[in-house]
Design a protein around this ligand. Structure first.
Ligand code: SF4
Ligand code: SF4
Length: 437
């Protein structure tokens, strides 16, 4: 058990018992796939296809020449029916490719790397980029960029993030259990790219089965497993680095500034698939849970599947849903429609009932300081609603707003139900708008 602890954090009921023992199930082929041209941090891609085109499974259908990008591939074979704006989990609407499956599910030609041990770093990075691999822990940062730090930066540790600290979510846990050997080979590929010896998997102690399986799988690999006491938000990169290595990433800096590259354990499986099989990311394991979901489960869904089909598969009572969330309850996004599609970064779909949501009215701050105590970034959340009320957005910078990881610990703990996370998100949007002017 690791002896280090990051600052702050909270202990929400992890609710993982709903799905932690549910093996991954494949969803039936949807009638239509809605594939947004933005599924990574960065700018939207250009569509490579036109209405009426026939595509094969795995064929590249959207790309861009920009630096911070990751291409998108057809999740099955079929016909392009439309390309137009459609509902999107993150920001209202997004240009979307409508793909009607032809039922044949026929692959295009794939180009795996025959012997990755003999491949160069550049060849491996190119393969990872071509297969559209992004960080699958939710951040969706293009992986080829994260694995290629500047030459003057010395990386000594590869840290695998298996914390999955958000309540309800168990998709990473199932992937670690069911795709263990692929994950370990993916880690070996990462190790070669980064040229590091020190490899750690950080995993929380509420995943007993996965811990036992991984301990067996890493024998004679040199990979170290650090079992961490469950604490939210341990899956944050900076928090995981502190908990496993006792290193502090300074304000405004990235993990590479302390010699670490962090990758999600599910991303390691995607890297294996890209390099060894030449397979791009075309699907995602998603936890479907919450009390309105009568048969909660982990579903392997094609990218572009509307979440309504996942809710159907979970035998969800729509009338009981008070809040529909994509992601986890702490950091996920509330949705107003079930027509939003699964994208590469989708980890959960939650149908929460009234008993699982918080509708208490916001009251005056009582100055208890609990929000400051639990903030893992050492911020002063109490200030943000006050500043937001005055619309003095520049002042938010004085309180290091951009360091906030939007973990929601402050809102979770606040006895007055102050709009802390809301004012933080609003402040960030306003500051970004001001920077773009
Ligand atoms: S949401 Fe931001 S301010 Fe609130 S606890 Fe998390 S890091 Fe701190
Ligand atoms: S936790 Fe809520 S009530 Fe307590 S100081 Fe922070 S904002 Fe005020």
């Amino acid at each position: 058990m690791s002896i280090f602890r990051f600052r702050g954090g909270v202990h929400p009921n992890d609710k993982k018992q709903q799905t932690e023992h549910q093996a991954i199930e494949k969803l039936a082929m949807p009638k239509m796939l809605y594939i947004p041209v933005l599924q990574h941090i960065g700018s939207p891609l250009e569509s490579l296809v036109n209405v009426g085109d026939k595509v094969l499974k795995g064929e590249k259908i959207a790309e861009s020449s920009a630096f911070l990008v990751s291409p998108i591939h057809a999740p099955t074979s079929g016909t392009i029916k439309k390309i137009e704006n459609h509902y999107f989990t993150l920001m209202g609407e997004m240009n979307t490719i409508f793909l009607e499956p032809d039922g044949e599910d026929k692959w295009c030609e794939l180009f795996p790397i025959a012997d990755w041990k003999k491949a160069t770093k550049d060849e491996l990075l190119k393969q990872i980029k071509n297969c559209g691999v992004v960080g699958l822990g939710g951040a969706s940062f293009p992986t080829q960029i994260k694995l290629d730090p500047p030459l003057d930066v010395k990386i000594d540790t590869l840290l695998l993030n298996g914390a999955e600290c958000e309540p309800y979510l168990t998709s990473d846990n199932r992937v670690m259990l069911e795709k263990t050997s692929q994950m370990i080979e993916g880690i070996q590929i990462l190790k070669k790219i980064l040229n590091v010896e020190n490899v750690i998997i950080g995993i929380e102690d509420n995943k007993k089965e996965a811990i036992a399986k991984l301990k067996e799988a890493v024998l004679e690999t040199g990979i170290d497993i650090k079992v961490l006491k469950t604490l939210y938000p341990q899956g944050g990169e900076k928090q995981l680095i502190k908990a496993t290595l006792n290193r502090e990433v300074p304000s405004g800096k990235l993990p590479m500034s302390v010699g670490v590259v962090v990758q999600n354990t599910t991303t390691a499986v995607a890297i294996y698939e890209a390099v060894v099989n030449g397979t791009p990311i075309i699907d995602k394991v998603v936890t479907v849970a919450g009390n309105a979901v009568k048969a909660p489960k982990n579903i392997q869904a094609l990218i572009g599947t509307p979440i309504s089909e996942l809710l159907d598969a979970g035998n969800t009572n729509r009338e009981e849903i008070d809040k529909l969330i994509v992601g986890g309850p702490m950091m996920g996004m509330a949705q107003h429609t079930e027509l939003v599609p699964v994208v590469k970064g989708t980890s959960g779909v939650l149908g929460l009932t009234l008993s699982e949501t918080n509708h208490c009215k916001s009251r005056a701050c009582i100055g208890c300081g609990k929000c400051i105590e639990v903030c893992p970034m050492g911020l002063t959340p109490i200030m943000y609603p006050r500043i937001a009320e005055n619309e003095s957005w520049e002042e938010m910078k004085t309180y290091n707003l951009m360091d906030c990881i939007e973990c929601g610990c402050c809102s979770y703990i606040c006895p007055s139900n102050r709009p802390l996370t809301e004012s933080i998100k609003l402040g960030k949007t306003k500051l970004r708008e001001m920077m773009c002017k």
